[in-house]
Design a protein around this ligand. Structure first.
Ligand SMILES: NC(=O)C1=CN([C@@H]2O[C@H](COP(=O)(O)OP(=O)(O)OC[C@H]3O[C@@H](n4cnc5c(N)ncnc54)[C@H](OP(=O)(O)O)[C@@H]3O)[C@@H](O)[C@H]2O)C=CC1
Ligand SMILES: O=C1O[C@H](COP(=O)(O)O)[C@@H](O)[C@H](O)[C@H]1O
Length: 507
């Protein structure tokens, strides 16, 4: 990989500490950093390089998936890091930054390949991009790339405005918009799973699939981010980006040997075919909720409106479920159910594909026995696992049909999403970053939902912390005769997915 400089704005912040430095370090240990590199971190704090290197050491000790003290390379990694005091709003500070970047390039004999990573509040994205351009930092003889964190805008208009401004300093193919769900190993595996298995490829359409369920349930609450979250809600925090990205990734049909551009085009087609919701129709397709007091992981937790920093009258959504339709030849008439929420019963991100026409009815003697369709369950986190649920003769009884599972669990510890994404960004591979077209189309889809929420056209249901969200979300899928597969409260023995977990693991 070509030598490069990693320029990190917001290097003293939470994300840098918990995710970015550990990802860089793990890449370094795995030999996946550029052949030579320099890291320049910035913040307003007046500290020396050595002091900063020690704070990075501490963050690695706490958050790296690899044991830093066991790594012989720890010192050499830390040595590659420099710190520069910089206020992103002061244009003169960028001159000093240019100096240190070019000095280090000369010292290490690096070509002018520069990756600018913006791990700062979104209100600074535009200011930083313009200053990179004005200061000459962006005038490189090599490549330049801008990596930006979410959120990309607050609504359709603000996203468009931000994109317009960024495009004055960086071309679209130089902008790498992070959606960390696209960095998750199992999400990156979806394409291979569908394309490299003729048995799945042949069935990946409305002829054989009854419905697709995408769930991202969390047990955590606000984690000290009340100010941001109360403005964002589940709709902006998870649905507009991560959930719609998962929808695109599972619904796109890729030809073999696809490149980044093909992936983008196919994802875009999915969003273009997504049936738009009119403001007045939102309540029929979307359920929103807010958590109340309850118990999560055996610990009592307060209701959303009693969280520090949240106003008791807040109408913000902490849960969202939706029933969506993709009007194209592959997916017409197949409902896509999506749900995400905080303070739910369990941490689980998974996609369940329910196949049509359960055949077990032909064999079972008992008419009251529920149907057991074939299911493909793709667990994305915290476990990485693929399970195919089939039906088999109940060999113990000698009659009847029982579900059996073919189960593959990724046994090895996988790289974290940020490792995959930073690695791709260094290589210039944008396959798993959000292209502007996708971001714009997703905001376009979400805009009427935002407006319906603001105008209170959609009821805000309360749900108990530690549950699967408001009962209304069952109704959303129930109207099609379906149930959520994760929901162990619905039909514990059959529809919980619990039995899936009891099966032996094939590593
Ligand atoms: N934390 C997380 O889990 C996630 C964060 N994100 C996104 O990542 C970005 C960073 O988040 P996070 O690390 O949590 O934020 P923090 O508030 O923890 O850190 C903000 C960083 O920005 C720096 N900063 C703030 N103002 C200035 C300024 N005027 N000049 C220079 N530096 C400044 C701070 O440095 P100093 O105070 O030293 O100047 C600090 O390093 C945000 O866009 C957030 O939405 C996205 C997903 C998850
Ligand atoms: O982007 C975000 O994602 C996390 C959930 O990520 P995961 O990798 O743990 O599934 C969410 O908690 C956070 O609110 C949101 O900003």
């Amino acid at each position: 990989m070509e030598p490069a400089t990693f320029v990190l704005f917001g290097s003293t912040g939470d994300l840098a500490k918990r995710k970015i430095f550990p990802a860089l370090f793990n890449l370094y240990i795995d030999g996946k950093m550029p052949s030579a590199f320099s890291i320049i971190g910035m913040g307003r704090k007046q500290i020396e390089h050595t002091e900063f290197q020690q704070t990075v050491r501490q963050s690695l000790e706490t958050f790296s998936r690899r044991e830093p003290s066991a790594a012989k390379q720890l010192d050499s990694f830390l040595q590659a890091i420099r710190y520069q005091v910089l206020d992103v709003t002061r244009s003169q500070d960028y001159k000093k930054l240019l100096e240190i970047v070019t000095d280090r390039e000369a010292e290490l004999n690096l070509p002018q390949n520069r990756m600018f990573y913006l791990s700062v509040a979104p209100e600074y994205f535009d200011t930083i991009a313009q200053n990179i351009k004005l200061s000459g930092l962006g005038d490189t003889t090599g490549w330049k790339r801008l990596v930006i964190e979410k959120p990309f805008g607050h609504d359709l208009a603000s996203a468009r405005e931000l994109n317009k401004r960024l495009s004055k300093a960086f071309a679209e193919d130089e902008v790498f918009r992070i959606d960390h769900y696209l960095g998750k190993t199992m999400v990156q595996n979806l394409e291979v799973l569908e394309i490299s298995n003729p048995v799945l490829h042949a069935l990946w359409n409305n002829r054989y699939i009854n419905n697709v369920q995408i769930t991202a349930s969390e047990t955590v609450g606000l984690e000290g981010r009340a100010e941001y979250y109360d403005q964002a809600g589940a709709i902006r925090d998870m649905f507009q980006n991560h959930m719609l990205q998962l929808l695109m990734m599972i619904a796109m049909h890729l030809p073999k040997g696809s490149k980044a551009e093909d992936i983008r085009n196919r994802k875009k087609r999915v969003l273009e075919a997504l049936r738009p919701l009119q403001k007045e129709e939102v309540a029929a397709s979307v359920v929103r909720g807010q958590y109340e007091v309850g118990t999560v992981n055996d610990k009592p937790v307060v209701s959303y409106i009693d969280e520090p920093g949240i106003d008791s009258s807040s109408q913000n959504d902490t849960f969202l479920a939706a029933r969506l339709w993709i009007d194209d030849t592959f997916w017409s008439e197949v409902p896509f159910y999506i749900r995400t929420g905080k303070r739910m019963k369990e941490k689980s991100t998974r996609i369940v594909i329910e196949f049509k026409d359960p055949m077990n009815k032909y064999y079972t003697q008992d008419p009251s026995e529920p149907e057991r369709p074939n299911l493909l369950v793709i667990e994305i986190s915290p476990e990485e696992r693929i399970t195919l649920q089939l039906n088999s003769k109940n060999v113990a009884k000698g009659e009847g049909v029982e579900p059996i599972q073919i189960d593959y669990k990724v046994a090895k510890e996988m790289p974290e999403a940020y490792e995959n994404l930073i690695y791709d960004a260094f290589r210039g591979d944008a396959s798993f970053f959000a292209h502007w077209d996708e971001v714009e189309l997703s905001w376009k889809f979400v805009q009427p939902i935002l407006e319906a929420f603001e105008e209170n056209l959609v009821p805000l249901y309360k749900y108990k912390s530690g549950s699967y969200g408001p009962a209304a979300s069952e109704g959303l899928v129930g109207q099609d005769g379906n149930t959520w597969w994760l929901d162990s409260e619905v039909e514990p023995a059959v529809k919980s997915g619990e039995n899936l977990k009891k099966q032996p693991v094939m590593a």
